[in-house]
Design a protein around this ligand. Sequence first.
Ligand code: ZN
Length: 256
Amino acid sequence: MNRVFRELLLSVAVFCGIFYATLQVDWMRVLHLSPTIVGDKLSEWAWDLMSKSIREVEADDVCLPIDTLMREMCLANGIDTASVHIVVDRTSEVNAFATVGRHLVIYTGLIRQMDNEAQLCAVIGHEVAHLQLGHIQSGIRRQAAINVILILLSGNGSGQLNEIIGDMVSNSLTRAKENEADAQGARYLHAMHLDPLEMATTLEKFESYGIFSYLTDHDDSKKRADRIRKMEFSDNGPYRQILSSETWERLQESCR
Ligand SMILES: [Zn+2]
């Protein structure tokens, strides 16, 4: 039997063994653990593995404006700022996602495609809404366990990590949850005195990139945008600009 095949067979056997053992034993009871402890530990473990493939941007020109927008969103919407951890990843891909452990990842490729801060806040708001509405936590723990095993078995192939992260998020999200996150994100924009209809514009603008949802197709994003346009928002005074024009331009420039 050739070596590659033998190793593959062993991997599959180990995977099945671990998976079978996981299903057979009430580990929570055996180890006297609560579901929260297991969820949190698993989340941090999965995040540790994931974050190895992230090329985190640490430049002030990027981090400070992102932190400012995030803080403004949290303050205006009664969200604990310290409870969400936001990271900018230097990748040309146009994407952003929320994941286990209340971590939020935004790609530089996405930031540079944004026309203005309200559109960037629409993306952040959509992802924060997933966290606040419990969308990520609910479906992802089981998925995280399976993926951690897969990562270990694949010898931590970093090329596959992004795909695995994508699968983890998409498997935990449904169309209904996407619609809820769109609406909640638009309400976040409104509360921070930004135009909530930028959520609709952003959904249409980026449908071709598949952000906001791995389920998105053309019709779907048009419908999602229309749903936002049908929402009613109270008069909330004139819209404001949070970042100065220079700060916004430096942010865009640094993401190129
Ligand atoms: Zn989403």
